[in-house]
Design a protein around this ligand. Sequence first.
Ligand SMILES: Nc1nc2c(c(=O)[nH]1)N[C@H]1C(S)=C(S)[C@@H](COP(=O)(O)O)O[C@H]1N2
Ligand SMILES: [Mo]
Length: 350
Amino acid sequence: MDAGITAEELQLAARNHGIPLEALRHDVTPLGLHYLLTHYDIPVVDPATWELSVSGHVERPLTFSLDALRERPAVTAPVTMECAGNGRARFEPRPISQPWLLEAVGNAEWTGVPLRAVLEEAGVRDGAVEVLFTGLDRGIEGGVEQTYERALPLDEALGEDVLLAFAVNGVPLPPQHGFPLRLLVPGWYGMTSVKWLTLITVLDAPFTGYQNAHAYRWRADADDPGEPLTRIEPRALLVPPGIPDFMSRERFVDAGPVVLEGRAWSGWAPISDVEVSIDGGATWARADLEPPAGPRAWSRWTFQWDAEPGEHVLACRARDAGGRAQPDAAEWNVGGYAHTEPQRVPVTVR
Ligand SMILES: Nc1nc2c(c(=O)[nH]1)N[C@H]1C(S)=C(S)[C@@H](COP(=O)(O)O)O[C@H]1N2
Ligand SMILES: [Mo]
């Protein structure tokens, strides 16, 4: 990573923490170890007066209290979430925003009401094209004052696994993850899953607000309108083995057999292969892959390494069943999104 990290980037990094990579060992990421990303301030919400309203291009506008939502049939699913900006700080030049290296990911068990049933109850009218999800948090971004809100194509909003989630890992959502209710769109990058949700508006024309029209697009340069980011690109991460040096976090491992382990995920298709390199990507060998806990959960993988004394650079990379794979070199883009170049972990074996 390039030097010269700014005080503004540090300010963001201190608010929005990532998963410590050793916590990839947990099948379900414990709360507090899951990554966090909040553009503005975390609101304090009174659950007694909070309401969800469903309106716009529908037959019957609806309003729900939190209790009314909790009484509906709910489902629980393990879902891997990742921020679209994961890897941003590895681009050169570094796009200035939340400076993630690799750690903007987590896999939690989310409980909520299927959005589809709520939209069916409201009766989506002919001509609807998108559904807009509005949170309670406000701020200024790119010079535009706004409430955090994002729209999703109607067919995606009607997807079977899309949830209005009120619990995570068996407890009510904590404030930082969107209390009392958030959208959860499994398989899509995190920006889609609007926290502190209070309005659902069915639209008969595409939404042109900031978070869809300007942010979260693959833009080659400032003049490029770009294409929207949608689903999560495949990625594998490994738990750095051995023990770290405090400052550099370089790893020290004793010679002999070492079981490397990690996780891999894709929002497009199930993970089909994970490969590991112990020579910095010159040669690759297949890791053993375990089945995921659910269709939208990450897959655990392991690799038997006979660690020989010396300096090594470990790396890993994933491919999904649709043929999407991590590139050797990520393509630079204005927002610094989807840097999925393989992770590299230098290790000294003693
Ligand atoms: N209302 C609201 N929803 C939001 C955000 C936000 O700032 N405000 N951040 C988004 C982004 S960019 C990500 S990556 C995820 C992060 O969710 P988490 O903090 O629960 O991990 O929430 C998304 N939903
Ligand atoms: Mo994000």
